[in-house]
Design a protein around this ligand. Structure first.
Ligand code: C2E
Ligand code: CA
Ligand code: CA
Ligand code: CA
Length: 278
């Protein structure tokens, strides 16, 4: 629990009444927070296991609340999804990540890929592809520097429509990643039907891998399947050397976890990057 709270804290309220009051307060605060520039993206490095180099980062949103301090996305993304605010917020996330790529380029780092999380609601937007395209051209990033992290929930509503959107995004040149694999009802059928570049194994899948031999065998098999389908495997939530050793042994491609770094500010990220390459 202590680790989980390293750079954000979950809100704690003693009673349900207080919880819903707090939620209401947060919900009402979302729009002013965007106007007031209270949202910030943190970046967590993804490390290439073969080269040891930082390959890119996942952008993870936080809310710097003037009263409550740093708020975890787990506390406000669900509210933003409930209210539809995730649409403008999601655009802000993508635009900010693209601008960050440009800023890093000006600081001499040209090869970074940055991933952003996409909600199902964003996918149901009529003009989602056009929106993404216009943010990419407005910020002048190369599409292949952008990775969209999607969860299987986007297939629950209208799988044919989702598939069509994903093909258009693939045409656009952005990278697509299936996020949180190994949670819920992960199905292999998604892997054969959609144009994916990365398979991202969730941290809950990893956390007992050292002691659970069957999990190791599933992990090993998933890597083989992903590789045969031309996907790279990203393992999330790696915290210990033992975990790293196992996933390395089973040929995972990229690692994201506290073992290298928690999510950090853009400034800290670039510092870490320079330390890492020198
Ligand atoms: P996620 O997409 O699964 O992101 C990975 C989460 O795992 C992050 O939590 C990250 O800090 C955490 N993590 C990474 N490595 C480790 C580790 O070694 N140990 C542990 N214990 N945790 C690790 P975070 O930043 O709190 O984000 C939580 C979730 O909020 C994300 O889960 C994602 O679903 C959502 N989220 C974050 N930013 C955005 C956003 O911009 N848009 C949307 N739609 N959702 C977001
Ligand atoms: Ca993610
Ligand atoms: Ca996850
Ligand atoms: Ca996720």
């Amino acid at each position: 629990v202590a680790k989980k709270q390293r750079n954000t804290s979950r809100l704690y309220s003693p009673s349900m009444k207080d919880v819903s009051k707090r939620e209401q307060e947060l919900e009402n605060g979302l729009f002013p927070a965007l106007e007031g520039e209270q949202f910030v993206l943190y970046y967590q490095p993804k490390v290439d296991l073969k080269s040891g180099q930082i390959y890119g980062a996942e952008a993870l949103i936080r809310w710097r609340h003037p009263e409550f301090g740093m708020i975890s996305p787990l506390d406000f993304i669900p509210l933003a999804e409930k209210t539809g605010f995730i649409i403008p917020l999601g655009e802000w996330v993508l635009r900010t990540a693209c601008r960050q790529i440009k800023t890093w380029e000006q600081q001499g780092v040209t090869a970074l890929t940055v991933s952003v999380n996409m909600s199902m609601l964003q996918f149901q937007q009529k003009h989602i592809v056009e929106t993404i395209q216009s943010i990419i051209s407005e910020t002048a990033v190369r599409p292949e520097q952008i990775e969209l992290e999607l969860t299987e929930t986007i297939f629950m509503d209208n799988p044919d429509h989702t598939l069509k959107i994903l093909r258009e995004l693939q045409q656009l040149g952005v990278r697509l990643s299936l996020d949180d694999f190994g949670t819920g009802y992960s199905s292999l059928s998604y892997l054969q039907n959609i144009p994916l570049h990365y398979l991202k194994l969730d941290k809950s899948f990893i956390h007992d891998i050292v002691t659970d031999f069957k999990k190791q065998m599933i992990f090993k098999s998933l890597v083989v399947i992903a590789h045969n389908l031309n996907m790279k495997v990203v393992t999330e939530g790696v915290e210990t050397d033992e975990e790293l050793q196992i996933i390395r042994q089973h040929k995972c491609d990229l690692v994201q976890g506290y073992i290298y770094s928690p999510p950090i500010t853009a400034e800290c990220f670039i510092e870490l990057y320079h330390k890492h390459v020198s």
